[in-house]
Design a protein. Structure first.
Lengths: 385, 385, 385, 385
């Protein structure tokens, strides 16, 4: 029979964190053969060439696909996706996988989903059934309707996928591999490191000995023009807090240019002395820094997922993560510097919240590999009602 | 305020039939401005350059996009879609519509859906919520999850779209414009014409005076290799029936090459004397010939939709239209020459079935224009559960 | 140092004949490693899936790229080239060759040339410096200006390339690999075969015992609309000659649709009894049939190149091969049935012409491999004046 | 007969300067109709959205095409060109021009050349026949071989184009439109402005009253990895000179990322107090600032072309402009801070050089429009030897 060839397409840094432990488990599974396609912002210097981390982790990258158009606007998002679709079809035609895995809901991932499903290659969708704001919401559910196998992170997500008309026996709750990393971090928090020496970055070299904040804030696609204003509120909230802060650069997205400009111009004008800015930190190091922090601020899903497991206090700003299930570690606020500051204060004056297993039990990678090895290889389906 | 610019993207001959009356209604509506993009097989000689029919109907074509890759296989289906996505994004960027209309569920139409939804242009999906076999099934529901406004043909379709998590107030039952054409044909069946003189084609010049059969059979994407065998069963069933038959060439699709080859080789070997083959007939003429026929055979949706209204007996073969709602005019059979023959005989020995308004009341075009003029222009949504 | 990785991109059946013996020589050369990319019409059923011949010859195909757009017009020629450029760039990025070989002057080959030269991979152009009609003329010389190494077939070609501003030490006369095949055919003409049984095809099963004609006529790009008329002149000339004829289907090109239609319609109307039509014959078998024939008619370059070596009489029609150097075996005529017939008669009433080594000495493959192994790997150059 | 539709494709800021006066002349010519396609970095914020300047000049932009891939490396250069080719073909198919104008030799301009020539639209190439370093050299001459009409800037360029095999009657010396702008600047040098207030930018607000330097330095494609080192030499030369300097941000190119990074890191580390950095200055304002300057340093072609007419002293660094004809205003140096400083000193201690008409007489725009209105519309040609 031969091993099942499982082709995983990774298009961005956060997606790598959400699949990493599963990649190890697939590679080690006796009935599976791993193929990795590294595409989109994975290859870009501006987003830290995450493909290098993949190789440093010992994985072989079977194909590389540059596909991101410059412009970072809505037109180029669509064109990037079209280019990816063209080239991923060729890639699959040459790699001949038995199944294709697509991760979550970034706009360009629908290219993976269409290429596989049109080519009658069983499509596995990780992390469907969640509910959030922005274009991701449309993308995620559209991919659910293209996918043949659904590996979701929560029970509620499973119920939603089934309610959308998918067959229950094709929907598995495996938890999220990102929680496996959180589990690793919890078990081995690591030694305290000097992030400035190790990861460079720009801005003030802040004193971390009495605790620090972490910020990661992405733009929100469907509110493109407001991106700059939104980031500015957070920047002032942090500056005025005076607390030492490690700020991590946002990910590629329509609008990230607004965010980038907001940050650059703020630095030029305000010269904040309590913030250091980083780009491209390996996932494990990043999560360790978050785990040690007093609070994470912004709209990263890490604050809601990994931090629910780790019990790191989180201030979630705006609509990006609206609808996502939350543990007790999250306070939601609007794009408002006063509200952001108040939430930070509430968190750092309270005891650290207890971690919960809402998004996984720390063994998602193995669960995923087991499902991939045993699920029937089908690529035809019909609405259940 | 200005008129709403409604951009309709048409990618294939049958889609034109399913939107034509709405195009007239949009053009004539005082609050709407019509933009037409003609793409994919609309432009190809091999499929009758349907774009010419559009212009003969008096419409202006605002943009043309060649996008179909040669190969007619699963890889090229995906790549065609990717190319369409790239170029439709540019097209919308230049035309700047207020809303985009995509029709039904052909594989390449997801390009229209993605381009519009990623560009924050409200997306209108015609004819969602239906259930059929093949890749169309995945495409249709994925587009539902991308669309902001759903114009469906039946009550059952509306229920399904809502059940998939769409807001009820965004789902309208307008009926299908193809029924408007059927209504026109019923009211004005036209004079009997000589199709051989008027439309050419190849094969026997059959005698139509005592009634005739019509055949239209497409390949079924996910059963690509069986396409040729399937068409051959129908060819023998028709040949052996000895009844005069007008056979209409199938549409562009992965696998249509199998169908084409099956037909060519059958003609070469069997030299059937009761079949004439046509390509590229204007929709109205085609439907008039169907309306006058004793029975329509194959797997065209015309047999199920338009013919339910007209009361034309239909023999539906195989899985392509499985799940689609049927009127009393349809007998379903497998790919089996004996079964096909038996069903034809049962039909032509019975009285003509009564027409029903299952797929529309003959005024779908106007209903559609009214909804487009009055619905809120939104491009953000969330799963209702 | 490692072997030099030589990546050969093949995009069409005739190109394969023009490189085949060099592929063997490269594969067998101790300092070279062969990579093959099979693209464009090489993969298409309609043009005989030549990729299968490559694999039957024992070569491994490293990447396949579908890139031909349907439409066969001037717009789609350009778009096909653009798509090829995008995907060949990705292919080279993944294969990492030390040099790229592009063959001759078909429109889509400029994609290979641009991808390689923009990526600083030394580009080897085979068969530059020739002069012909149509768009190939522009393409060929443009590729010369992009290429770093020129492997030409004749002394005159070498002079032209140098005159265009290329450095003399980068221009090598190796002869054409197609002559190696002709040499093989001359040394081993093979047993007489029954082409009808072996290669199928359609039309009359003609009697070959007293000699036969061979026809191969391509469309001429820049005279797109005249393609059908031109082919019709040849069809009548052949029909009226009454001589048994093997007609080989033309290659993919803008306008070949005109040619195809002309042939189909002629067969339908005139039902010629002395012509059999073939598609997709392996190069060796084709050349053996040509070698045994009394005369080759049309505008194939085979008539001018291989047949100059073999001494097969040729009637060359129209402007496609204008400017190409000729041996004594060629009579040139216009698109005119009378002129074509007269030239055929003149040839079959005269003694067979003597073969000449104008286009190669039968060892081009080895010469080519030697140059590829020894030439400096450079990708920077400047006009010599 | 109607006016000739002249479609000009502009892909970058410097190209706009090299065509601007011709656009006015074409628009005003009674027998010509102007179409403008704005593509590539013309649309990008990062390069100053030059498309806005075009519209501010009163021109209508007929189509916009986003085509630049992120990555700024050699792979993405090729893919950008392929994407442009696909979309420009569609654009020309929709705009239906009578002739297409492509400007100079940037890598992506070959997309314009191929689309037009493959579609049998007469192609006009501006500024062929020059000789420089880098990939532009290959691109320029390849476009010459695709073009039907050559509008060159110098007599020597004309001779080279003819020598490459082009017919003399298709090669016209019109001069360069950029000299028309220089002529305008010379006639009307304008009032002294405050560039810091008007154009923003970052860095020191230097004192311009006693003269200043101008720097513009692009990366050199085929020396990608050295880009950062090269720019650093110039940065130190300028810093150490202590002279007030206006530094203009380079253009999009493979490697410009190296340049950008070099500049950013230099500013962060060295904090130069005599340099101000600008991005996106309107051509006229830019040239006025250059005209008032004491010396222009870098590798911009402006230093060689416009400044030869204006008599502005220029220090040309490295190989980018090697081979280009020079007036008496240029000193050539290597990437070496000492050599750069020495050349600057030699210039500012000498009298200002005399202007020459090497690249045009100040009326190129009108000459160009006249040629476009009167030249035969041909798209077929053959090597002259």
């Amino acid at each position: 029979m031969g091993k099942r060839k499982v082709c995983v397409v990774i298009t961005a840094r956060p997606s790598y964190s959400r699949i990493r432990s599963a990649l190890f488990a697939i590679r080690n599974h006796p009935e599976l053969e791993l193929q990795i396609v590294s595409a989109a912002s994975m290859l870009l210097d501006r987003y830290g060439q995450t493909v290098n981390h993949v190789e440093q982790d010992g994985f072989k990258v079977d194909a590389r696909v540059y596909m991101v158009l410059e412009g970072e606007n809505l037109v180029t998002s669509a064109k990037t996706t079209g280019l990816g679709l063209i080239e991923l079809a060729t890639t699959f035609d040459n790699l001949r996988p038995d199944m294709v895995v697509t991760i979550a809901d970034r706009y360009e991932t629908i290219a993976t989903a269409i290429a596989a499903s049109y080519m009658n290659i069983p499509l596995v969708h990780m992390q469907g059934g969640e509910v959030t704001g922005s274009i991701d919401e449309k993308v995620r559910h559209a991919i659910t309707k293209l996918a043949d196998l659904h590996l979701v992170t929560t029970q509620k997500a499973r119920e939603r996928v089934i309610r959308m008309g998918e067959e229950p026996e094709r929907v598995f709750v495996t938890g999220c591999p990102s929680i496996d990393l959180a589990d690793e971090v919890q078990k081995n928090p690591g030694d305290s490191i000097d992030p400035f020496e190790r990861f460079g970055g720009v801005g003030a070299t802040v004193d971390l000995t009495n605790g620090y904040l972490v910020v990661m804030q992405h733009s929100v696609t469907t509110e493109y023009e407001k991106a700059r204003k939104q980031i500015t509120e957070t920047l002032y909230a942090i500056k005025e807090s005076g607390l030492p802060t490690l700020w991590f650069w946002p990910n590629v997205d329509a609008g990230s240019d607004g965010v980038s400009k907001g940050i650059r111009s703020f630095r030029e004008i305000e010269g904040p002395t309590n913030i250091h800015f980083f780009k491209d930190i390996p996932p494990l190091d990043f999560l360790r820094m978050v785990n040690r922090s007093r609070c994470i601020i912004g709209n990263s899903s890490v604050a809601i997922r990994e931090c629910s497991y780790l019990g790191v206090p989180a201030v979630n700003i705006g609509i990006r993560e609206i609808g996502r299930e939350r543990g007790p570690n999250v306070i939601d606020v609007d794009y408002d510097r006063k509200a952001i500051q108040a939430a930070i204060l509430r968190h750092i004056n309270a005891p650290r919240p207890k971690g919960v297993t809402l998004y996984g039990d720390g063994h998602a990678g193995e669960h995923i590999a087991d499902v991939l090895a045993s699920a029937p290889l089908e690529y035809s389906k019909r609405l259940t009602y």
